[in-house]
Design a binder for this molecule. Structure first.
Ligand SMILES: *[C@@H]1O[C@H](CO)[C@@H](O)[C@H](O)[C@H]1NC(C)=O
Ligand SMILES: *[C@@H]1O[C@H](CO)[C@@H](O)[C@H](O)[C@H]1NC(C)=O
Ligand SMILES: *[C@@H]1O[C@H](CO)[C@@H](O)[C@H](O)[C@H]1NC(C)=O
Ligand SMILES: *[C@@H]1O[C@H](CO)[C@@H](O)[C@H](O)[C@H]1NC(C)=O
Ligand SMILES: *[C@@H]1O[C@H](CO)[C@@H](O)[C@H](O)[C@H]1NC(C)=O
Ligand SMILES: *[C@@H]1O[C@H](CO)[C@@H](O)[C@H](O)[C@H]1NC(C)=O
Ligand SMILES: *[C@@H]1O[C@H](CO)[C@@H](O)[C@H](O)[C@H]1NC(C)=O
Ligand SMILES: *[C@@H]1O[C@H](CO)[C@@H](O)[C@H](O)[C@H]1NC(C)=O
Length: 470
């Protein structure tokens, strides 16, 4: 092809023409070309640096080919270029600063669907007149440079499908003309800025990131078809259609500690999963909705540390039965479980042994069955363990590592076997009662020395009362 001889050409359109091989460097001789459209062919090899000689170019589109290698820095010589489309190729490397300093670039810059890597250069802020910037599905890393907020003419900005992290820059509040913003499928975090509800958006996509906190309800956030925040597991609030958990504003937020939402949201999500599980069984096996609601309310009150002190025999209120949800183990910050004097049934879940901050476990006066899980020996913060008056059985677990345990009551159950000797070594114990069980074994002779703080101790009414060692 002797295309390089058509020197007077001003527009060259060779789209969708099944061209293969490299872009002929003789094209660089077409000094009067204003538009070069070579998209949707099978051009391969690098972008010919001869193109940089066509300084009259206004539009250059090489999209949907098989071009490889880096963007040549000398494309920066195309001082009249208004539109550059290199999308859908196999281009790679860091995007050269020279692309962002092209002085006339104003219509659009499309580098999407390639393998560009490294951070997005700060020079991107030089694109003061750019209307559309598409960088989706590359391998960009690092933070979104705050200079991007200088691109005040932007109407569409798409950065989806990269590895960007950090927060949405505050400078985005300058992008007053933005109609569409897609930051989906990155690793962005932090809060969704409130000003996003004040900008004029037709569409906003923040899905598949790691955003947390409150979803605004203003502007674009009013129209559920105009925005997406799905797959950000730490969000709360927003319009009700989002079905996100309610935001819980905790007093501890004032102290500048890490957000309590980080803890509470996953916890709430686990509660929700309980609810969903309850309703997905066969209708025959499904829990009565009244029971589901009661269970969720119980769970909610529990993880907020609000004890439930209902009278066991107040039938008007405490009708029905429930279990202690195993999913409470997801509430890793939980300190107190107060469920005494209810009608709880079922077993105490092994998983509750994961609650490393738990200091109080009070489930006395219920109808719990099974054993105290061995995992309770791992609850190193536990100070108060009360499971008396249930139908618990098996042997008492080894709690020898619970150096902080002050209160241990296991009376009026069906415990069997020998009292683990390590229990007599818990030097913090003040109250230790295990009456009315089927325990046996012998009491150590030096109880007063190993349990110096003991105030109350009872082994009465065991089938074979533990004998006092001689
Ligand atoms: C390029 O354009 C200029 C100005 O319109 C014109 O004078 C010149 O002849 C053109 N060159 C060719 C090779 O046609
Ligand atoms: C660009 O044009 C100059 C002068 O016409 C020429 O010497 C040079 O080889 C060209 N560069 C490329 C990369 O084609
Ligand atoms: C996202 O960021 C977090 C924290 O910066 C990091 O641990 C994690 O590996 C990142 N995930 C991806 C998919 O890049
Ligand atoms: C948002 O982005 C995700 C992932 O990129 C995509 O699947 C979804 O269709 C987009 N939603 C909207 C409303 O644009
Ligand atoms: C909500 O957003 C959709 C999709 O962008 C749009 O078609 C519709 O007109 C918007 N509705 C309102 C009330 O703004
Ligand atoms: C039982 O519950 C009802 C309803 O909440 C309450 O009004 C009543 O005082 C309770 N009775 C006792 C004995 O606590
Ligand atoms: C106690 O914790 C350790 C370490 O997390 C774990 O390996 C062990 O299985 C736990 N013990 C029980 C009885 O759950
Ligand atoms: C109790 O403590 C003593 C002294 O620390 C230790 O020698 C003994 O092995 C412990 N006994 C049990 C059963 O843990």
């Amino acid at each position: 092809m002797e295309i390089g001889n058509l020197l007077g050409l001003t527009v060259l359109v060779l789209q969708e023409s099944l061209f293969t091989g490299s872009i002929p460097s003789s094209i660089g001789r077409l000094q009067n070309l204003s538009a070069l459209l070579l998209g949707k062919n099978k051009f391969s090899g690098p972008i010919s640096s001869s193109l940089s000689n066509i300084t009259s170019l206004i539009t250059l589109s090489l999209d949907n080919n098989r071009l490889q290698g880096n963007i040549p820095a000398n494309l920066g010589k195309l001082r009249n270029l208004q539109e550059l489309d290199l999308s859908y190729n196999n281009l790679r490397g860091v995007i050269p600063d020279q692309v962002f300093t092209l002085p006339s670039l104003s219509i659009s810059l499309d580098l999407s669907e390639n393998s560009f890597s490294g951070p997005l250069p700060r020079q991107v802020g030089k694109l003061k007149h750019i209307g559309k910037l598409f960088l989706m599905n590359n391998k960009l890393t690092g933070k979104i440079p705050s200079e991007l907020g200088d691109c005040e003419s932007l109407e569409y900005l798409v950065l989806s499908g990269n590895h960007l992290e950090g927060t949405i820059p505050v400078s985005f509040s300058n992008l007053k003309g933005l109609l569409g913003l897609d930051l989906s499928r990155n690793n962005l975090s932090g809060q969704i800025p409130n000003y996003m509800g004040e900008l004029f958006f037709q569409s906003l996509n923040l899905s598949y990131n790691d955003f947390e906190g409150v979803v605004p309800k203003e502007g674009v956030f009013r129209n559920v078809s105009a925005f997406s925040v799905i797959e950000n597991n730490k969000l709360c609030g927003g319009i009700s259609e989002l079905l996100l958990p309610v935001c819980i504003i905790s007093a501890s937020k004032k102290h500048g500690n890490s957000s309590p939402l980080k803890v509470i949201i996953p916890c709430l999500v686990s509660m929700l999963k309980v609810g969903v599980a309850c309703s997905s069984d066969l209708p025959k096996e499904r829990m009565d909705i009244k029971d589901v609601i009661r269970e969720l309310i119980t769970a909610k009150e529990v993880f907020l540390g609000v004890g439930i002190h209902r009278e066991r025999h107040n039938e008007t209120e405490a009708e029905g039965e429930g279990k202690i949800p195993a999913s409470l183990s997801a509430c890793s910050q939980l300190r107190r479980i107060l469920l005494h004097n209810n009608k709880l049934v079922g077993k105490i879940s092994l998983e509750l042994g994961d609650l490393s901050k738990l200091s109080t476990f009070a489930t006395n006066g219920n109808d719990l069955s099974g054993e105290i899980p061995a995992s309770f020996g791992n609850l190193s913060s536990l100070q108060y363990l009360s499971v008396s008056r249930n139908r618990l059985e098996g042997s008492l677990p080894d709690l020898g590592c619970l150096r902080n345990l002050i209160f241990l009551t296991v009376g009026a159950n069906k415990f069997t076997g020998i009292v683990p000797p390590s229990l007599y070594n818990l030097s913090s114990l003040e109250i230790f009662t295990m009456e009315v069980n089927r325990l046996h074994g012998s009491l150590p002779p030096d109880l007063g020395r190993t349990l110096p703080n003991l105030q109350s101790f009872s082994v009465a009414n065991n089938v074979t009362p533990p004998k006092l060692a001689s």
